[in-house]
Write a protein of this length. Sequence first.
Length: 123
Amino acid sequence: MFWNFWKKKSAKEESPQTKVEKLSKPQNLPQAVRRDIISHLRKDPDWVWHLKSVVRLRNKKKRQYDVRVFDEAQAYARGVNVENYNSLNEHPELIIFEGWYDRKSWRAHIKERKRPGQTSLAA
């Protein structure tokens, strides 16, 4: 019956379809990522502030994330709706930087993604 609707289902009762990884929407760059792009990759801070990022949990660790950085205006101009990290799988040309960061230790390892015919916007 339905009188136990407030009780949580056990792990055996959950179907594999309910275990979908939740991915966040595009957001401003995490501070560790922004700092790494500006200091190590020597990009213009004013340009970096306009970029957006999407993240996903890295290897089931609670505080480490994979990150992809893109220009929201460029995605809009191409008619691409970036909803989460996996949305950029179909449009790798929009990814400017990618790597990972640790939220607790503020470590980041970001690399610039080389694209054919790329001109540097923030040299």
